[in-house]
Design a protein around this ligand. Structure first.
Ligand code: PLP
Length: 239
């Protein structure tokens, strides 16, 4: 094995052990949680190795970087998740490779995604990104819609051609009432998910938890964790 391959294999192993331990601690089955590896800033060659090591879901947050990477990896059995703030002028490109957009946060984006999905003759999974720091009127600093906007957004996705309402996503807030309180943030997301599911029973995905807080997310009930650093290493701009 090359150095990079053994490094990624060892990192994946340790993330897998963390996920398994968190599931066991929460009395959940390992199969209830899907690992999505966030490959942003890392090359297509790493994505290829991850695929060979058994990863099936990868995520990116910038179309400029993701589009060529996804094209280079088009032969691999991967699902691509888009997790970044999405400008409507990037939607056509994103719909060309993404299976799920986890960052749906406004009506205009829903309309644009729907027409792009129709044109591409694809069905696109959508998660509503919840800005927990925007509850009660604060600004959404890490993207997302305020919880009070979710019912309208959910209706819009559910009734839009080409789109499938899959669930909710959040990034634990750095400021506001949930800052430093990841468990409380993820529990709030689970309540929001339960409300959503009462109207849209198929919207069961709950995407929460990253390298630093995947245990808290799994304890709360997350179905998908998005892990970058713990698998690939510190990103260049974070070093
Ligand atoms: C980068 C990113 C992640 C992964 O973060 P790590 O701390 O590197 O695991 C997860 N979710 C989103 C939306 C991201 O942008």
């Amino acid at each position: 094995m090359t150095d990079r391959r053994s490094e990624l294999a060892a990192n994946l192993d340790s993330v897998e052990r963390r996920i398994s331990a968190a599931c066991a601690a929460a009395g959940r089955k390992r199969g209830e949680v899907t690992l999505v590896v966030v490959t942003k800033t890392y090359p297509a060659s790493d994505v290829r190795v991850l695929s060979e090591l058994g990863v099936r879901h990868v995520a990116e947050n910038r179309d400029q970087e993701a589009a060529p990477k996804a094209a280079e990896c088009a032969d691999l059995p991967l699902s691509w998740h888009f997790v970044g703030q999405l400008q409507t002028n990037k939607v056509r490109s994103v719909v060309g490779y993404a299976d799920v957009v986890q960052s749906v946060d406004r009506l205009k984006l829903v309309r644009t995604l729907s027409s792009a999905a129709l044109r591409a003759e694809r069905e696109l999974g959508c998660l509503l990104q919840v800005a927990l720091d925007a509850e009660h009127g604060g600004p959404a600093r890490r993207g997302g819609a305020a919880p009070e906007q979710l019912p309208g957004l959910a209706e819009a996705v559910a009734s839009a051609e080409g789109l499938r309402l899959d669930g909710v996503m959040t990034v634990a807030p750095l400021v506001g009432p949930y800052a430093g309180r990841e468990s409380a943030a993820f529990e709030r997301l689970m309540e929001i998910s339960a409300t959503l599911r009462s109207d849209h029973p198929a919207a069961t995905m709950v995407s929460a938890g990253m390298s630093a807080d995947l245990e808290e997310a799994i304890a709360a009930g997350a179905t998908h964790v998005r892990v970058g650093t713990a698998v690939l290493g510190l990103r260049p701009q974070l070093r």
